[in-house]
Design a protein around this ligand. Structure first.
Ligand code: AMP
Ligand code: MG
Length: 348
């Protein structure tokens, strides 16, 4: 299949191009498009055959449900049984934005979206191109991240092309996704909201608006079964092995220097902050590749660059990537969750 590319001027929607993309969605095709978190792979959420194409193109396990994207808060009403006052409060405070709410689903939502669960995950993205595309399609748009399942999520149209060219009808290019990790998935079906997946909206931000917010047990206990089906799969993994460095920044710098000194022939990558890069020897051998994520204190930038850096190492034939660890505060919780998954839990 020919995969078309519609290039927006930056993150500004081009109406004529988005009409073509929306028309393809309405014809049951699947389209890559930018959101503020990562690129999504969209299908008309009410068309089962179209949604099946998403699972097929990504190689996504069929027990992993999809997030439904809408362009107006009112549109949530028809997808769920009831919008509770606390869910409404969150929608009003955090939408459009990187927050996905899990609520009891209505009859309208096909089982293929929810993988048979009686709840549905909904989000209103904060990206002008995504919003315009959904508005023009006039349907809710089911969209997981637009990567092959298990690979790092795509933060540019180029990443989507690398993974899905020839398998999907088109890609809307709206520049680099800003947040760089996926939305926070929040279960709103119980008394107290539970974070099933940390993401672009932080626990700290949520607690300021609705008080107590818990973390799903699986996020701090590796033995506990996750309640978000997607969290049980290997994720975000480049071809190379990923290992997370433990300890203070000073200790991590010491470990990197030792690895560099002892390395003979292996192609080794380091995914680190500017601060750690600054204390390394200047003349590194060709076998050592650095990807600098940003300043240590700027967790937003570090997070935004994470998936792109993981993909770059693969293009440079690296066999092991050592990743700096960062504090799990604010967006750092989502950042470290993705890093830990990419590393399959390996630390040194
Ligand atoms: P992705 O869009 O690929 O980033 O993945 C969406 C995430 O949301 C996955 O971890 C899913 O398991 C999760 N998810 C989607 N729908 C539900 C639901 N109804 N209940 C719990 N988790 C969900
Ligand atoms: Mg994904």
């Amino acid at each position: 299949m020919e995969t078309r590319i519609w290039k927006m001027p930056g993150d500004k929607p081009n109406l004529a191009m988005l009409k073509e993309a929306a028309q393809l969605l309405n014809q049951g095709e699947i389209i890559g498009f930018p959101t503020e978190t990562v690129y999504g792979l969209g299908a008309n959420a009410l068309n089962e055959e179209a949604v099946k194409k998403i699972y097929k193109a990504k190689g996504r396990p069929d027990d992993n449900p999809l997030i439904v994207h809408i362009c107006k808060i009112e549109h949530a009403k028809e997808l769920v049984k009831e919008i509770t006052p606390s869910a409404l409060k969150l929608m009003e405070n955090f939408w459009p934005g990187p927050l996905t709410l899990v609520l009891p689903k209505s009859e309208l939502v096909p089982d293929i979206i929810t993988a048979g669960l009686d709840t549905v995950a909904i989000r209103l993205p904060a990206h002008p191109v995504a919003l315009k595309l959904i508005e023009l399609a006039q349907v809710p748009v089911a969209a997981p991240s637009a990567n092959i399942s298990g690979k790092p999520s795509p933060t540019t149209a180029e990443h989507v092309w690398q993974d899905l060219k020839g398998k999907i009808a088109g890609i809307v290019d709206g520049g680099k996704a800003g947040v760089g990790v996926e939305s926070t998935v929040l279960d709103m079906t119980g008394q107290i909201p539970i974070i099933l997946r940390p993401g672009g909206t932080t626990r700290e931000q949520l607690m300021e608006v609705i008080g107590e917010v818990r973390l799903d047990a699986s996020l701090h206990d590796s033995q506990a079964a996750p309640r978000s089906p997607g969290m049980k799969y290997t994720h975000y993994s480049p071809e190379a092995e990923v290992i997370i460095l433990k300890g203070t920044s000073h200790e991590q710098a010491g470990k990197i220097k030792k690895i560099i000194k002892e390395n003979r022939a292996a192609r080794v990558g380091f995914m680190i902050s500017q601060e750690l890069a600054a204390v390394l020897p200047k003349n590194l051998s060709q076998n050592i590749v650095l990807e600098i994520l940003g300043r240590q204190g700027d967790l937003e930038t570090i997070t935004a660059n994470l998936f792109d850096a993981l993909r770059k190492f693969d293009q440079k034939n690296i066999s092991v990537i050592y990743a700096e660890s960062f504090p799990e505060i604010n967006i750092g919780a989502a950042l470290m969750n993705r890093l830990l998954k990419a590393a399959g839990g390996k630390k040194v």
